[in-house]
Design a protein around this ligand. Structure first.
Ligand code: KG4
Ligand code: ZN
Length: 336
């Protein structure tokens, strides 16, 4: 039985896994950032400190578990906001030390990918077969990863600048939507025409992505149109959101299609916060028919940041005795 903690950004989460079955996954969000239009790192650390004990307590209760039953304590080691990571790391170390059980440090992006293997007690689920390709799309990352085994992964390509989640959130901010704008932009996009407005494609070689140019193009597009009509955004909100979202999805999938063709891999997964996007989920389902791909999309609960994915990854690390020392430190940046 492993207790896991996730605190890499602005969600405090705790989960309990027992013999590979997820018993509990409890997450507390942080509304304090809304008024600033983005995550304020220092406020995030303070909220984690306030939330961590109640969240861990709730996860243990939900799982019907006692501290004395734990075989290990796991935490997100990185990448993420250093102050936020420190809270989860320090808490996990103290608990592991007090209980005299091993400590397991988990890579946040590896965990997003392994969220595909989360099963609750009594649940049956079709999981990706190795090797598979995973498009990992979050607020901080955009990568195509070739997954050879649970703990063996290779990044085929990634973004050179902004992550696609940022491209969603920053565009949402430009059109006046509150933070985090990604889910709201998605909501408007469902009512709009995805072909009404066109945005330029950036030409990057191989599987490399770039989103900062697209974001600037979007900003210029909005400014130019607002000069002609001050109410342009209000009048065209659904079409603006649908067209921009369609463009981002196209950019993401063009490279994924190329990677699938080049590697001959037809097991295709998506992971990370942006995998909650309805347009991306729909397009991937369509592609599964067109390309004869087996497509894997995580449950909504496991798309955005959660400790269940940390617990799942820790379970595989526990099985091969991959523990970390008590002087392990969190890392804002960390290679997969
Ligand atoms: O994985 P995640 O929860 O945190 C990070 O590790 O970054 O991802 C958060 C990102 C944010 O940029 C958020 O706007 C985006 O995921 N996101 C979405 C949707 N739901 C979350 N973006 C587009 N459409 C959504 N439905
Ligand atoms: Zn994440």
């Amino acid at each position: 039985m492993i207790l896991a903690i996730e605190s890499s950004c602005d969600d405090t989460s705790s989960a309990v896994i027992c013999n590979g079955k997820m018993l509990a996954n409890i997450t507390a969000g942080q509304s304090v950032h809304e008024q600033y239009g983005g995550v304020v790192p220092e406020l995030a650390s303070r909220s984690h400190q306030q939330n961590i004990i109640p969240v861990v307590d709730a996860a243990l209760k939900k799982a019907g578990a006692e501290l004395g039953q734990l075989s290990a304590v796991a935490f997100t080691q990185g990448p993420g906001l250093i102050g936020s990571l420190l809270v989860g790391c320090s808490f996990a170390k103290s608990l592991a030390l007090a209980l005299d059980v091993p400590l397991i440090g988990v890579h946040h992006m590896q965990a997003h990918i392994l969220a595909h293997f989360i099963v609750r007690a009594g649940e049956e689920k079709k999981t990706p077969a190795f090797p598979f390709l995973c498009l990992t799309v979050s607020g901080g990352h955009t990568q195509i990863v070739q997954v050879e085994d649970y703990l063996r992964m290779k990044v085929l390509g990634e973004t050179t600048d902004d992550a696609v989640g940022e491209a969603f959130d920053k565009a949402a901010k430009i059109i006046g939507l509150p933070y985090p704008g990604g889910p709201l932009l998605d909501k408007y996009a469902r009512e709009g025409d995805p072909h009404r407005f066109k945005f330029p494609k950036t030409r990057m070689s191989g599987y490399t992505y770039s989103f900062s140019g697209i974001k600037t193009a979007f900003m210029n597009f909005i400014q130019n149109n607002k000069q002609k009509d001050a109410a342009f955004v209000e009048k065209n909100m659904p079409d603006i959101c649908a067209s921009y979202q369609h463009h981002l999805i196209q950019v993401l999938l063009d490279k994924l299609i190329q990677a699938a063709a080049d590697t001959g891999i037809q097991e295709i997964a998506v992971a990370g916060g942006v995998s909650a996007n309805s347009g991306l989920r729909k397009k991937l389902q369509e592609l599964s028919g067109e390309k004869a791909w087996n497509v894997y999309i995580p449950d909504f609960e496991y798309c955005t940041d959660n400790a269940a994915m940390i617990a799942q990854t820790a379970y595989y690390k526990f099985l091969c005795g991959d523990f970390c020392r008590m002087d392990t430190v969190p890392a804002a940046r960390m290679e997969l």
